[in-house]
Design a protein around this ligand. Structure first.
Ligand SMILES: [Zn+2]
Length: 422
């Protein structure tokens, strides 16, 4: 007869965070061929793309390949995103990818593990660890209701040094997310604490089994330690490629490129509708996507009178407001559904992409006394509005989707924000 009470369900897993190797080769490998599903927001501000020195995608089926790009090691279960040591020192925030409750958090391990040092916190433990122990690069949870089948009496061990695991709300299609190798004493959350998507939980480090600063980001599908590949190829979504655009025109080329890069989307009919006007809310969303900020579920909470917490645009606008990219009107409203005017868009664009202000310009309809004078030079320098007359800005003109696409395209192209998909 089976004595169930004698044998706790030992579930010991040294989840291998295999290591990022920092070479320029891999840096070329990241592309926006893939994106996170809507229910997960970025654990890092992906606009930092330029500082990420390596990307490695999950390989759950262990064939050594991913449709999204480079795989460091067959069977690796997370996404490894490497940064440089200098950025680690300056601090690169890690954010919760979805709402939930912190399940486990471990901190205090040495955080500069690398192939050239032999700090005891970087070494694999010399014995098999059991619940509540931690040794070397590995930390273990206590016994608890953590069994994969939902039962009691299981524990988990992680070779991730300083790490956080967040269990997501039942409404989320993903059970949990895991963030490894964090910087020592950077973790800002405690077990049991509620967190929101986009909330800072720590900073990127190189603790645990790691050869250099990187985030190991892992998503559990249905239960404890059930790693899955959550990246979705953009190509699948893009099977209809804006049939109402013509790639021989500047606007058609811009719209298709931005679509390919995941910056803009189309309508239910698959079209781009380039002649329609862009609202203030839409403009802010597309700009933020161009920079690939982690958005999170930011709420308005009464700051503006016309931004309901339930509206699709509120999180984008609040992100932009918090970053200082845009502001509402003095009467406490934001007017999210108003068409965006050229002058307002120029400010949003300049701020979002951190472009230089006060550039010289020759516009005859902009004077030094205009509040937007400091942003007008950007339009000239980047040739944002090729269909407008030379030296006429038309600051009060409402922007069409075509014009917006060309403007964002010009800045992303000239400032090197496009990710090479080849
Ligand atoms: Zn990893």
């Amino acid at each position: 007869m089976k004595k169930r009470f004698i044998l706790p369900l030992f579930t010991l897993s040294f989840v291998l965070c295999l290591l990022c190797i920092h070479t320029i080769l891999y840096a070329q490998d990241f592309s926006r061929k893939c994106e996170l599903p809507d229910s997960l927001s970025s654990p890092l501000d992906f606009f930092h793309t330029k500082i990420f020195s390596s990307w490695s995608f999950p390989d759950i089926d262990k064939d050594g390949q991913s449709p999204c790009g480079y795989v460091y090691s067959a069977g690796h279960e997370g996404t490894d995103i490497g940064i440089k040591r200098k950025e680690m020192k300056d601090g690169v925030n890690v954010y919760a990818a979805a709402d939930g409750v912190v399940l486990w958090a471990f901190d205090g391990k040495y955080d500069r593990c690398g192939s050239t040092n032999d700090h005891p916190d970087c070494a694999d433990p010399k014995r098999k660890l059991s619940a509540n122990l931690n040794e070397g690069n590995t930390v273990c949870t206590g016994y608890g209701p953590y069994c994969k089948d939902g039962g009691q009496g299981c524990y988990w061990c992680f070779a991730g040094g300083n790490l956080v695991v967040i269990k997501h709300d039942a409404s989320n299609q993903y059970f949990a997310t895991r963030y490894d190798h964090l910087k020592k004493d950077s973790i800002t959350v405690k077990p049991g604490q509620r967190v929101s998507a986009g909330e800072k939980i720590g900073e990127v480090g190189s603790s645990g089994r790691s050869t250099g600063p990187h985030l190991h980001f892992e998503v559990w599908g249905k239960t404890f330690y059930d790693p899955i590949d959550m990246w979705k190829p953009i190509a699948q979504r893009n099977s209809k490629f804006f049939p109402d655009t013509d790639s021989r025109t500047v606007e058609g080329k811009a719209a298709r490129k931005l679509r390919e890069q995941g910056v803009i989307g189309g309508f239910a009919d698959g079209g781009f509708h380039g002649d329609e006007l862009v609202t203030r809310a839409q403009a802010m969303k597309f700009l933020l996507r161009g920079r690939d900020f982690a958005i999170g579920n930011l709420k308005n909470n009464g700051k503006y009178s016309d931004l309901p917490n339930t509206a699709w645009f509120t999180k984008y606008i609040m992100k932009a407001v918090n970053k200082g990219f845009v502001q509402g009107y003095s009467d406490g409203s934001f007017h999210p559904d108003d068409p965006v005017l050229t002058a307002d868009f120029l400010k949003m664009l300049t701020k979002t992409f951190a472009l230089r202000e006060d550039l010289p310009h020759g516009y005859t309809d902009v004077t030094e006394d205009d509040w937007f004078d400091r942003y007008a030079g950007v339009a000239q320098k980047y040739r944002l509005f090729p269909h407008r007359k030379n030296f006429v800005l038309e600051p009060q003109k409402k922007l069409t989707r075509n014009e917006m696409a060309v403007a964002i395209y010009q800045v992303m192209k000239l400032e090197d924000f496009f990710i090479d998909n080849n």
